[in-house]
Design a protein around this ligand. Structure first.
Ligand code: ATP
Length: 242
């Protein structure tokens, strides 16, 4: 089976507002999948549905062949995630935050903490309180925490939001490294086309809750991706207002 995440006709409304509209998409094992969409397109809601943090109204999601929503906690051991802003105990040390994470996922990974900190470029900060770290360091720590218990899949919601140029490059390189060296399947959302294009094998576009287009970066003949995606989004919004 080559599929990591399969989403079939997933819809979700909050009150009268329809946020996801029969979304169907597939993320293959071993790929970096970029989910592109404007603010409010429904990216976070879709990711939360994958993690069972919001319940879909209809449709199905399977992760590594297991159905989300069946109370099978094993699914969530296979997925590391950063959804919206990562939360840490700011007054606890880096190491204590990571130990707490292991306590509820798998305590045997506590011995990996030094290795993970080295992997994300944070060696030596074990004893520092999280509140003393820069935003870029916290973001790398969040990715390290998400990967600490060696999930098969990482779901990263806008991981470069708010970072300075150096922070963006660091996170990009880390994502590529996790994928190439460790074989992790990665779903990453962003509204920045150029950033997604630099890391993704496949890019899917969510627009106003509709999954409207998918492009394989290996086979595409499109040369100006920015123009191509903007064109698709403009046509989609014209169709909506027609
Ligand atoms: P952004 O890039 O701004 O994070 P997004 O593509 O991730 O956007 P979502 O966060 O999924 O979009 O939000 C989609 C829509 O759903 C927005 O209009 C948002 O206000 C609404 N929404 C999200 N969560 C809830 C909720 N719990 N209750 C009501 N409305 C919600």
């Amino acid at each position: 089976m080559n599929t990591a995440i399969q989403i079939n006709e997933v819809s979700k409304s909050f009150g009268k507002q329809e946020i996801l509209k029969s979304v169907t998409m597939e993320i293959k094992k071993g790929e970096i999948y970029g989910l592109l969409g404007a603010n409010g397109a429904g990216k976070t809601t879709l990711m939360k549905a994958m993690l069972d943090l919001v319940k879909s109204d209809s449709g199905t999601i399977s992760i590594m062949g297991k159905m989300v929503g069946t109370n099978d906690e094993d699914i969530f051991r296979k997925i590391g995630n950063i959804i919206e802003t990562p939360v840490f105990y700011q007054n606890l040390s880096v190491e204590d935050n990571l130990k707490l994470h292991c306590d509820y996922v798998d305590p045997s990974y506590k011995q990996e903490i030094d290795d993970i900190l080295r992997l994300v470029g944070l060696e030596g900060v074990n004893k520092r309180k999280v509140k003393t770290l820069s935003l870029g360091m916290k973001q790398r720590l969040a990715i390290g925490r998400a990967f600490l218990c060696r999930p098969d899949i990482l779901i990263l919601d806008e991981p470069i939001n708010g970072l300075d140029p150096k922070g963006i490059v660091d996170v990009r390189e880390l994502i590529l490294r996790l994928n190439k060296e460790y074989g992790v399947t990665i779903l990453i959302s962003s509204h920045i086309i150029s950033e997604l294009a630099k890391v993704s094998d496949t890019i899917g576009i969510l627009d106003n809750g509709y999954f409207i287009e998918e492009i394989s970066m290996a086979t595409t003949e499109v040369t100006d991706l920015e123009e191509y995606f903007l064109d698709i989004l403009t046509k989609s919004s014209l169709r909506r207002s027609a």
